[in-house]
Design a protein around this ligand. Structure first.
Ligand code: PMP
Length: 404
């Protein structure tokens, strides 16, 4: 018997049986569905009476505060970090922006920032802003023809510039490229640069150990890993987090406040002003517990399903894979020769197959590699081979209709 049973995993998500709109869901890179126990965590928080955290000393408030801090420990430990290394955010975009603006004033004019050609806008535009506002150079790690990062070029850039920071995705949402971020982090540090990793597309699929990656900061979003929207985390080395200047101010982050001055608390609270997303944090921790429980065989299952999907797509006349990275994770981008991607996805969407086309918030790379944007299939562990078979069959119909 295989270690991982996708049908049993799928049964944990009653949305698949109760919704008549969900159909075949292959848009998991945009957001995943919620397992019942995560939904139940949200419901329980409200049904049992809610409270704010770290403020009141009522019985309920104490309990909620303990659960909230326990959630921080659960999520941090899952990624190999200590509790105080985790700052709650509203998602990857929030985490990356907080890092970029928290470092403002710490760069010098002759320095450079490196990002990869594969970045989502969330890990590109904040660095464009930093560079424009501080007169830094923005350098791009190019890709090879297959869609991998060209690490020889990366080292050349590090060697020929004074690089302050490198920001790179763990898995690219546009092509599915699984980058060797441990090596990217090691090289960055060798050349004296900080290294920030965007893990938005990685944490649902890979075993991530932040100590092993040895990056300075790692961000991710809950909603791409079976948790709700509006919650995510920034995990950083303590010395890196200490360098981040708070960019938002208010209650809870403070130690002593006078009319003209304030002093701040220790990490992580110093970077968490205001009421946090309490139910989101509890639900994210539950999603982590869920993922851990389903660990055995899950990654291999996903990888096999990905390889199966790639093989099926490659066998269709007229389908062109946008990239064929050496290591690919959960995402496949393709085009249909001479047919606009929107015409294909419209047909698929009408047949209840949720799939997306366009630039996927990674416009520079998608524009460079495609004619009108790509069609993207993105997998989660509840997808089955029969989902893929139906998708392929419907795709073939879409191609035939559009070629009439
Ligand atoms: N980075 C990557 C690689 C992503 O795929 C996404 C979401 N598509 C983001 C960052 C931004 O995540 P969020 O919208 O949850 O902030």
């Amino acid at each position: 018997m295989p270690l991982f049973d996708p049908t049993a995993f799928r049964r944990e998500f009653s949305c698949f049986s109760s919704s008549d709109m969900l159909g075949i869901y292959l848009d998991n890179a945009a957001t995943t569905q919620l397992p019942d126990e995560v939904v139940q965590t949200l419901v329980s928080y409200y049904q049992q009476g809610r409270s704010n955290v770290h403020r009141s000393s009522s019985l309920l408030a104490n309990q909620v505060t303990i659960a909230f801090e326990q959630a921080r420990t659960t999520v941090a430990a899952w990624l190999g970090a200590d509790t105080e290394q985790l700052i709650w955010t509203s998602g990857s975009t929030d985490g990356l922006n907080r890092i970029a603006s928290g470092l403002t004033g710490q760069f010098q004019e002759n320095q450079a920032i490196i990002v990869s050609a594969l970045e989502h806008h969330a890990n590109l535009i904040p660095w464009q802003q930093v560079c424009q506002q501080n007169n830094l150079q923005l350098l791009i790690i190019p890709t090879t023809e297959a869609g991998d990062l060209d690490l020889t070029q990366f080292e050349y850039l590090l060697n020929t510039h004074s690089v302050a920071l490198v920001a790179c995705c763990h898995v690219a949402n546009s092509l599915g490229t699984h980058n060797n971020v441990a090596l990217i982090s090691k090289l960055s540090h060798q050349y004296g640069a900080l290294c920030v990793i965007d893990g938005a597309q990685a944490v649902a699929h890979l075993d991530v150990d932040i100590k092993q990656l040895d990056c300075d900061a790692y961000v991710f979003s809950g909603h791409k890993m079976y948790a709700p929207t509006g919650i995510g985390a920034l995990i950083g080395r303590i010395d890196f987090l200490e360098r981040l200047t708070p960019t938002r101010f208010g209650g809870e982050m403070v130690r002593e406040v006078g009319y003209y001055n304030a002093s701040y608390r220790e990490l992580p609270y110093r970077l968490e002003p205001g009421t946090p997303n309490i139910d989101g944090a509890l639900a994210l921790a539950q999603a982590v517990t869920f993922i851990r429980r389903w660990h055995a065989g899950r990654h291999d299952y996903e990888q096999n399903l990905l390889n199966y999907t790639i093989a099926q797509l490659a066998a269709i006349d007229g389908v062109k894979l946008v990239a064929t990275p050496l290591q690919q994770c959960a995402v496949i981008a393709f085009e249909v020769i001479d047919v606009h991607p929107f015409d294909i996805t419209s047909w698929l969407n009408e047949q209840q197959i949720a799939i997306r086309c366009g630039y996927h918030c990674a416009m520079p790379i998608t524009k460079a590699l495609t004619r009108y944007g790509s069609i993207r299939v993105s997998l989660a562990s509840y997808n089955t081979q029969s989902d893929i078979d139906l998708f392929i069959q419907t795709l073939q119909q879409a191609i035939d209709i559009n070629r009439l």
